[in-house]
Design a protein around this ligand. Structure first.
Ligand code: ATP
Ligand code: MG
Length: 399
């Protein structure tokens, strides 16, 4: 790949971190850490905060393709955009030389130079610098017998220059990052993850805003097969690549389901089932020192997601464990679209038998009464069983 020869660093621009005032340093440090772990296994010399940006110095890139770096950096939250750059000194001749080296093999008919100065004391302003470098490139093209036009409005190609107090970055492509905030800056949250399409999207949205996510999946093996657990593992693996690490609790709640099936009215099964999940998750929140729970619920998508039923399930846990439902106002097709972008759609779409399918009643309650639900739950006496199920969970690590 031609580009590789002319690149020595990745210049990372962050967006919202810049608004964080006194916390700025903390956010920047976290971004540096997350970038380091995202690039683990690829060669690079250093990752440093510099001039309000983060600079990844690649050194000798030992033949690794830029696309491999791109794939990793695209999954680091907190990055607004980034570029593969060539670094040079601030004198005009070296800028011109680097600019020519970078563009000479590019195929385009019109171009412009776009400069930005973070050091406003530089002897040329941005327009002057654009003109100087642009004129030089035109001259070189003419000498080569292939003249190119400058078009400031709609150029085929843009060459970017960024002047800092000690060096200049030259590059030809700005790549969008995933946005958001560095994972971990918001603390930890516990995700209720099913083998479905919605819950991975919800977890991802919390990650994007800086939460580190610990996953919990409930199953009732051997009543349910291993396939849904396998799907969840695969989904968690993809999501872990967005945060650099992953932890999955697999909790067998068969004993509690059995009680619900034999003792609770059929129409309320799903409600007790969801309450059981939340109560188990509440214990894991304590264990993990997390600050809440995230679910994939979307309003009125299925019977367990009416306002009445969300209330009847949500109130099973203490108010000190908030439940976040970032998909609540999304339509199914919006959620599916996002799942495709994240990389979980295909895995979640494989049919598998979730642990609540076999106990799903034909006519589920859609307007559960809180009093009735509380009363029946007390008589079920599932507290100890839930603690036991959590204590016996299988814990798997990813990433
Ligand atoms: P999903 O596609 O996420 O499964 P859904 O539309 O199928 O969502 P439900 O099956 O009603 O909706 O589940 C609602 C939410 O409850 C899920 O988004 C998820 O957060 C949680 N949940 C459901 N089943 C499980 C499970 N087996 N383990 C952990 N959490 C679950
Ligand atoms: Mg589901």
């Amino acid at each position: 790949m031609k580009e590789k020869e002319y690149v020595d660093s990745i210049l990372v621009h962050y967006g919202e971190i810049a608004l964080k005032g006194d916390n700025r340093e903390y956010f920047e440090e976290k971004l540096v850490d997350n970038l380091c772990s995202a690039l683990d296994g690829l060669s690079f010399e250093s990752v440093r905060r510099k001039y309000g940006r983060v600079l990844v110095e690649l050194g000798g890139t030992d033949g690794a393709k830029l696309s491999e770096y791109e794939e990793r950096v695209n999954r680091v939250f907190g990055i607004a955009n980034y570029a593969f750059v060539r670094t040079c000194s601030r004198d005009l001749d070296s800028i011109k030389k680097e600019a020519w080296e970078l563009v000479r093999s590019e195929d385009f008919s019109s171009f412009k130079v776009a400069s930005r100065r973070s050091d406003k004391n530089y002897r040329l302003n941005s327009v002057e610098l654009n003109e100087e470098v642009g004129a030089h490139l035109q001259q070189r093209y003419e000498q080569r017998g292939s003249p190119r036009e400058v078009d400031l409005e709609e150029p085929d190609f843009t060459l970017y220059l960024e002047v800092t107090s000690s060096e200049v970055f030259v590059y030809k492509r700005k790549i969008d990052g995933p946005g958001g905030l560095p994972v971990g800056t918001a603390g930890k949250i516990v995700s209720l993850i099913s083998a479905g399409i919605d819950s991975p999207v919800a977890a991802w949205k919390m990650m994007k805003r800086g939460a580190g996510v610990v996953f919990v999946h409930f199953h009732s093996f051997p009543r349910t097969d291993r396939a849904s657990q396998e799907n969840v593992r695969e989904v968690v693996e993809v999501l872990s690549s967005w945060q650099g690490w992953g932890k999955l609790y697999l909790v067998n709640i068969r004993s509690i389901q059995r009680k619900i099936i034999t003792k609770a009215p059929k129409r309320l099964r799903i409600i007790f089932y969801r309450r059981t999940m939340l109560r188990a998750a509440e214990r894991i929140v304590g264990q993990e020192n997390a600050k809440g729970v995230v679910t994939g619920d979307s309003l009125a998508q299925v019977s367990s997601q009416t306002l009445e039923n969300l209330r009847a399930t949500g109130e099973s846990v203490s108010s000190s464990v908030p439940i976040y439902r970032p998909n609540i106002g999304m339509d199914k097709h919006e959620i599916e679209y996002r799942a495709r972008e994240i990389g979980t759609y295909e895995i979640s779409s494989r049919s598998s038998r979730d642990c609540c399918v076999y106990m799903r009643p034909k006519h589920p309650e859609t307007k559960a009464s809180l009093n009735e639900v509380r009363e029946i739950e007390q008589s079920l006496e599932t507290d100890d069983l839930i603690s036991e199920a959590v204590a016996n969970s299988d814990i798997e690590e990813f990433g």
